[in-house]
Design a protein around this ligand. Structure first.
Ligand code: PLP
Length: 350
């Protein structure tokens, strides 16, 4: 190894789901929304000559719109380039003790990557045999707690009492609830931010708002937490939110009717699809998200994953202990899900 190589930060990066280039595939592997963004977003006027200027470093128009939507003050909202950016920034800002942070063993696989990148010690806490979080595992003294609700890739949700329990036992550290999928089911922890000043709730435009491509995420919490995030952001890169994102993000929030309709369509399709999977011999974990986590009684998940790919249908498979016989299937349009069910019928009848 050359001397300079010794000073390189070595990390094992997060592996995102495939973004295949082929047309005419059915893409159910990265939890994108099958419906387009709101017509208001599609019709929005962005004056591209504005790109000459730096964007508003505070992204105030977007912060204001999000805050208004959730009945919060502007100083309770932080926006970033997707919730991945918001979460990474939160790890950097809030997880600075010598003690390990806690998160579930089966969860969003970016958490351990950020912990390694920022040299934050961590311990994972095993989900129980039904893939549920165990509150008592998070009682011991730690450096911070993070979990998604609903969890990914299981799709399982915990209730408000569970979150209160975690917060009651973790008043000396920041607790982050990653609500990437909360619009599809379950109760948000947002109502608790006034009661618990150490609670940060993180959301994204990528799933329920059909805007994965624009990269908008946000955090909500006590003004002291939001200020800390902004201080770190301004010490790193002041202009994270570009001008078109700010304009289009505002338009999305303004169209609440479309948003709710789209979410309801995805939920209805999910309910139909879960019944179909059960009919075909799958076991599905009860999903509160825009994907289903399912395992077949006799055909290995890996075989289905590979065969589906051959047939132009992309789903997600994780070759990891305990979940290597499960498929995570994002909810597409009714037509896409019908085609997937047809494919499964053929495969399973062979
Ligand atoms: C998709 C996802 C994110 C990241 O979403 P962004 O596109 O970066 O906003 C964060 N957390 C979980 C649990 C997710 O599934």
């Amino acid at each position: 190894m050359k001397a300079w190589e010794k000073n390189i930060r070595r990390v094992v990066p997060y592996t995102p789901g495939e973004q295949p280039k082929e047309k005419n595939i059915i893409k159910l592997n990265t939890n994108e929304n099958p419906y387009p963004p709101s017509p208001k977003v599609l019709a929005a006027k962005t004056e591209l000559e504005q790109l000459r200027l730096y964007p508003d470093p505070a992204a105030s128009d977007l912060v204001k719109e999000i805050a208004g939507y959730h009945n919060l003050n502007d100083n309770q909202v932080f926006v970033g380039v997707g919730s991945d950016d918001v979460l990474a920034m939160s790890f950097l800002t809030f997880f600075n003790s010598e003690k390990p942070i806690y998160f579930p063993d089966i969860t969003y696989s970016f958490y351990d990557v950020w912990a390694d990148l920022f040299k934050i010690p961590y311990e994972t806490k095993a989900l129980d045999d039904d893939f549920k979080l165990v509150a008592e595992d998070y009682y011991e003294e730690n450096g911070g707690v993070i979990f998604p609700n609903p969890n990914a890739p299981t799709g399982l949700v915990v209730d408000i009492d569970f979150i209160c329990d975690i917060l009651e036992h973790n008043q000396d550290v920041v607790v982050i609830v990653d609500e990437a999928y909360i619009d599809f089911g379950g109760q948000s922890a947002l109502s608790l931010i006034d009661r618990y000043e150490n609670l940060l709730v993180v959301r994204t435009f990528s799933k329920s708002r059909s805007m994965a491509g624009i990269r908008i995420g946000y955090a909500m919490g006590n003004p002291a937490l939001i200020k800390a995030l902004n201080d770190v952001k301004y010490s790193y890169n002041s202009y994270t939110m570009n001008y078109p994102s700010i304009v289009l993000g505002v338009e999305s929030i303004k169209d609440d009717i479309y948003f709710k309709e789209t979410v309801a369509k995805v939920v209805a399709t999910r309910e139909w699809f879960e019944k179909e999977l059960t009919r075909l011999g799958f076991t599905c974990l009860p999903s509160a998200s825009n994907f289903v986590f399912a395992s077949h009684g006799s055909v290995p998940a890996k075989v289905i994953f590979e065969q589906a790919k051959e047939a132009g249908i992309f789903v997600r498979y994780f070759d990891k202990p305990r979940i290597n016989n499960f498929l995570r299937i994002s909810i597409g349009t009714d037509e896409e899900m019908k085609q997937f069910v047809c494919f499964l019928e053929q495969l399973l009848n062979k």
